[in-house]
Design a protein around this ligand. Structure first.
Ligand code: NAP
Length: 261
């Protein structure tokens, strides 16, 4: 299937590592132009070199989205380089360790802002371009928005809000033909996940327990599997799909718990 995204420009927050890197790489494979917004400079440089050797284009905005101005600058960066924006993947985010009982209200608020603010900012500043291109937006959320995880209040609050905003923006942007969808991963081995699993006393045992509970093939979802769904949603091949929350998780969130026993 030709996704018809050759030469189209997509912004991916956190696009140089983990799930974001997989999305950037699949976009590049399909001949699109990924603009990674990510402070991971070494990883981004390596990807850009690879793409160059394969004859495709891309760029990295080498900064963490820490405030609204950063998002505005990232959009300007992409526009100055490539003159158009055809889609946004809001992906950057990180677990916190802010529980209710042991947490700190100030840290909670800061975590919500850190995980949610730039999702709004990027779309807000790119909107004039997305209106021209009838662009597509994909928000990466997390199963924890629906299942909880414990000890990560700010992160889950932001992840839940990302799902609400997916529906909210899908409605608001209907008149422009801009589609908005969310992809919900559960267990994907990335630098973020690897750091999290290491917080357990016996990480290998914990990982084996988790894998054993994933209904489809008792394995983690690969970053590539998340990326393939995201890129499909970015492309016009999903032209009548909007406001949808897609779980790419091997059935982990919804299928019968008895399957894992
Ligand atoms: P990751 O391995 O930490 O990669 C994320 C990348 O984004 C890193 O390069 C990180 O840089 C960068 N980043 C973080 N905050 C940023 C910001 N504000 N602005 C720009 N770049 C930023 O994370 P991941 O596991 O791929 O997760 C990606 C998304 O998937 C997140 O939204 C996460 O909630 C979601 N998710 C992941 C899983 C999973 O199993 N991995 C499950 C459910 C949901 P630094 O490393 O320098 O911070």
């Amino acid at each position: 299937m030709d996704l018809k995204i050759k030469g189209k420009v997509f912004l991916i927050s956190g696009g140089a590592k983990g799930i974001g890197a997989a999305i950037s790489n699949v976009l590049s494979e399909e001949g699109a132009i990924p603009v990674m917004i990510d402070p991971s400079i070494a990883e981004g440089k390596e990807m850009l070199q690879k793409w160059k050797s394969e004859g495709t284009q891309g760029a990295q905005f080498e900064k963490r989205l820490s405030n609204t101005e950063d998002a505005k600058d990232a959009v300007m960066f992409a526009l100055e380089k490539f003159g158009q924006i055809d889609g946004i993947v809001n992906n950057a985010g990180a677990n916190d360790s802010i529980g209710l009982e042991n947490g700190d209200p100030h840290k909670f608020r800061a975590s919500v802002e850190k995980n949610l603010g730039h999702y709004y900012d990027l779309v807000h500043f790119a909107l004039p371009q997305l209106k021209k291109s009838k662009g597509s937006i994909v928000n990466i959320s997390s199963k924890t928005a629906l299942t909880g995880q414990g000890n990560t209040s700010g992160y889950t609050a932001a992840k839940g809000a990302q799902l609400s905003l997916t529906r909210e923006w899908a409605v608001e942007l209907l008149p422009y033909g801009i589609r908005v969808n969310a992809v919900i991963p559960a267990e994907v081995m990335t630098p973020l996940y690897s750091n999290w699993i290491k917080t357990f006393e016996d990480p290998e045992k914990k990982l084996a327990e988790i894998e054993n509970r994933i209904p489809l093939e008792k394995r983690m979802t690969t970053a590539r599997e998340i990326a393939d769904t995201v890129v499909f949603l970015l492309s016009a091949r999903s032209s009548h799909t909007t406001g949808q929350l897609l779980f790419v998780d091997g059935g982990y969130t919804h299928l019968d718990r008895a399957i894992g026993t």
